[in-house]
Design a protein around this ligand. Structure first.
Ligand SMILES: *Cc1c(COP(=O)(O)O)cnc(C)c1O
Length: 372
């Protein structure tokens, strides 16, 4: 760890106007996803000369940006998404912040951005929760979604890695992804568009990957589908991801069931949920591996009954079952089109660990001290 980390002092300037407990309770009753934000944010500056400096915890407020700020033109930016959960005992715990900090560093490296030390990443979250902890919802399936991000804040149109960078952390109380019960999605196999190509930025959590996917998502919606499934960019044959989530295939039934998720080839995003579910599946006694599956194998497996469940996984929804598939070549259902038994069992196991109602054998939960 570099010296600068240990000497990073945070300036704390609490918001002047803060919600009353009654107003907060009203807002938290139906927070939705990504539309309600807490009252503070963390901001840390970086420059080539000074490294990370001027760490501050301030009121959540709009940013003032010069129109020539680099990120608006060349998209040099990365982000993360992780969650804090209200625990059974009233405390707060964050799910795998170390894994998210490590991925934030890998994404930053790929985008030629500076790496934020893990200790600062976690301290930022703890300090924000110290002021905004009351915004962590306690209803089942609700959580506080944390969004750390970093962008090129140098002013100028020259194309080069920015010599000034801004890190910000905001937080958004979020409700259940499935308020009326887990509902399987219908997916569109995108053969016209690619999310990522070998040597590209598919492995990094960067907004450009999402911007490039919006048109394909619109095409999927036109086909009556909820989500787009990304295939490899060369053969348009090998299954990679679904929207902003990883995919997992369940072959066989009962104790014989075997889970397989597409291997990380360099064009997939290494999901923290994906990794957790591989370990949880093994804990539950299932064979769980990384592999390769083509669209023909997906279709044939569903036709002959050897492939019974398919689900997508990610921080926001945990597990989303895939009920049906459509492509230019035709459509088919997965199993009976309903949420699969193993998918739902895995989902419950993970949710129970996150809420602190089940043991945490892998030490994934990071408890937050009440005062930092
Ligand atoms: C964030 C993300 C995921 C899921 O990652 P988690 O760490 O499980 O939330 C999967 N695919 C893409 C493209 C993503 O951006």
């Amino acid at each position: 760890m570099s010296l600068e980390t240990s000497t990073l002092d945070f300036t704390v300037t609490p918001a002047v106007h803060q919600a009353t407990p009654e107003v907060r309770a009203e807002l938290l009753a139906d927070p939705g996803f990504g539309r309600l934000f807490t009252e503070h944010m963390v901001r840390i500056s970086w420059s080539r000369q000074r490294g990370w400096h001027d760490a501050e915890l301030v009121a959540y407020a709009p940013l003032q940006l010069d129109p020539a700020v680099s990120v608006l033109h060349y998209a040099q930016a990365v982000f993360e998404g992780l969650k804090a959960f209200r625990q059974k005992d009233g405390g707060i715990a964050i799910f795998r912040p170390d894994a998210h900090a490590a991925r934030f560093q890998r994404s930053a490296r790929r985008l030629a951005l500076p790496e934020l030390p893990e200790s600062v990443f976690i301290e930022s979250i703890e300090r924000l929760l110290n002021l905004d902890g009351e915004w962590v919802p306690s209803a089942p399936e609700h959580s506080l979604y944390l969004r750390p991000f970093m962008y090129a804040s140098e002013v100028g149109l020259g194309v080069r890695p920015s010599s000034q960078v801004t890190f910000i952390l905001i937080a958004s109380p979020s409700g259940s992804y499935f308020p009326s019960g887990v509902k399987p999605v219908t997916v569109w196999l995108s053969e016209d568009f690619s999310r990522a190509a070998p040597g590209g930025t598919g492995e990094a959590k960067t907004g450009g990957n999402y911007a490039g996917g919006l048109l394909a998502q619109a095409q999927a919606a036109q086909q009556g589908c909820d989500q787009v499934v990304w295939l490899d960019s060369q053969e348009h044959r090998w299954v990679e991801e679904m929207g902003g989530m990883n995919l997992c295939f369940v072959f066989g039934r009962g104790r014989q069931a075997r889970l397989m998720t597409p291997a990380l080839t360099g064009t997939l995003l290494a999901g923290v949920t994906r990794d957790a579910l591989l370990k949880l599946a093994a804990d539950l006694g299932f064979e769980a591996d990384e592999g390769k599956i083509s669209t023909e194998e997906w279709r044939a497996g569903c036709a002959d009954g050897s492939l019974i469940e398919v689900f997508a996984c990610g921080t926001a929804a945990v597990i989303t079952p895939v009920g049906a598939v459509k492509s230019a070549q035709g459509s088919w259902t997965v199993g009976d089109g309903k949420p699969g038994e193993i998918s739902m069992r895995l989902r419950q196991s993970l949710v129970d660990i996150q809420r602190g109602v089940a043991p945490d054998p892998h030490h994934w939960m990071h408890p937050v001290a009440r005062t930092v």
